[in-house]
Design a protein around this ligand. Structure first.
Ligand code: ZN
Length: 135
């Protein structure tokens, strides 16, 4: 699998602008990017904490994955993302080891990373993302 570090922690929020205020004014972090990922129906905001990022996710549609998550569980930690060498190969390896995949193939995520998700039913309830920089 070749996991090098926790790339980011994804946090579902109701309102990106309001949440950014907490991370900047209370925690003293700096939002360095805001990006919309159209096919995931989210707007994201990023903060760097050491080598790990915090990715805030605001849904742009109640039909999107974050919209559904918030409707069911409210705001909070949504997923953990591990940095791997090659997301496509890591997904294949996870599948070979018996994990149910949400993404059979890696796809393009925020910040241009190759990403893919493992199903929480195979990961003790934690939605898990594998991501790698494009080669
Ligand atoms: Zn993520």
């Amino acid at each position: 699998m070749n996991i090098s570090h926790i790339e980011h922690i994804g946090i579902a929020v109701d309102n990106l602008e309001e949440s950014i205020k907490y991370y900047e004014k209370i925690l003293g972090l700096k939002c360095y990017a805001i990006e919309e990922v159209v096919d995931q129906k989210v707007k994201t905001a990023f903060f760097l904490v050491g080598t790990t990022k915090i990715e805030l996710l605001e849904s742009t549609s109640p039909e999107g994955p974050i919209g559904k998550f918030i409707a069911k569980k409210g705001q909070g930690i949504h997923h953990i993302a591990f940095a791997v060498k090659n997301a496509t190969e890591a997904l294949k390896l996870a599948e070979k080891r018996g994990v149910t995949l949400i993404d059979k193939e890696s796809r393009k995520g925020a910040e241009g990373l190759d990403i893919g998700f493992l199903h929480p039913k195979s990961t003790n309830g934690v939605l898990t993302e594998l991501c790698s920089k494009q080669e």
